[in-house]
Design a protein around this ligand. Structure first.
Ligand SMILES: C[S@@+](CC[C@H](N)C(=O)[O-])C[C@H]1O[C@@H](n2cnc3c(N)ncnc32)[C@H](O)[C@@H]1O
Length: 266
């Protein structure tokens, strides 16, 4: 998978994912669904996970293929899809695969990578391989839309809190009756290679009151604006818009996100 280890979105992460990121949904869902509607054809979502964006997109009437390398995330997505009406299910195709090396046998008018899966690609070789696959799967003038966070310089260096666990999600009940809370910590800083080691630590309490401490550890790449613009140009894309948030604000110093809208050239 990645040069930096074969981490996966494993079972406990998939179990807690929707409960953790529910609050994010209103912010980015309408944004991505709108692009699927506007581009008209079939959408490919890379790193579709549990279908947080994919299922509402299909429910809004759009045809969409989802690709993800985690069997656990895809299995959650399939379970949720099974609860949807037949016509919604028919608009969806799910594929287990790696976004740096895939061939779905389809061509799309829109490819999206919602909520930062591109930041899991630590090396330039992986990023370019992903963009080359995207280019091959887009129709002429097809559109790529993806978001990465706008790096906050204060968080990219070891500060006094270095290594300490910070609360990142309050105690929440899961559909199966267990509860979890989550903390996060920076476990390492690699400024020369532009990534941090992140640990998301889940405390999961089952009905007998026993609490397990489970850690999802992964490297998180960060990008700067012109780095992505150059990467896109090298990969035969033209940046047509850059937004700083999902309300489409102009990108500025303190924008939380960098959301790239790029058109395939050639
Ligand atoms: C933060 S989640 C985003 C899921 C979904 N797009 C959303 O907005 O909720 C990142 C997803 O990317 C997937 N992922 C990470 N690296 C990947 C790769 N190289 N190929 C395919 N999927 C990948 C993970 O398995 C995970 O489901």
């Amino acid at each position: 998978m990645t040069k930096y280890g074969s981490y996966e979105y494993i079972e406990f992460v998939a179990d807690c994912y929707d409960a953790t990121y529910e609050a994010r949904s209103p912010r980015d869902l309408e944004f991505f669904i709108d692009y699927s509607r506007k581009t008209g054809g079939r959408t490919l979502e890379l790193g579709c996970g549990t279908g947080r964006v994919l299922i509402p997109t299909a429910a809004a009437g759009c045809d969409i293929t989802g690709l993800d390398f985690s069997s656990y995330m895809l299995s959650k997505c399939r379970d949720k899809l099974d609860q949807q009406p037949q016509e919604v299910q028919q608009r969806v195709r799910l594929i287990q695969g790696d976004m740096t090396n895939f061939d779905t046998g389809e061509v799309y008018s829109l490819i999206t990578i919602p909520f930062r899966p591109f930041q899991h690609l630590v090396t330039v070789a992986e990023q370019r391989a992903c963009l080359a696959c995207i280019h091959r799967h887009l129709s002429p003038k097809g559109i790529l839309v993806f978001d990465v966070f706008n790096p906050d310089f204060r968080l990219l260096i070891a500060g006094p809190e270095h290594g300490a666990e910070q609360e990142s999600h309050p105690a929440t009940q899961l559909p199966d009756g267990r509860t979890f809370r989550r903390t996060a910590r920076f476990a390492g800083f690699h400024r020369a290679e532009q990534y941090n080691d992140i640990e998301l630590i889940y405390y999961i309490t089952s009905s007998d009151g026993k609490t397990e401490r489970l850690v999802q550890a992964f490297p998180m790449r960060y990008f700067f604006r012109y780095e992505i613009e150059h990467l896109l140009e090298l990969s035969s894309f033209k940046v047509v818009d850059l937004f700083g948030d999902f309300e489409k604000s102009t990108f500025s110093d303190d924008s939380p996100e960098m959301i790239f809208i790029a058109e395939k050239i050639g």
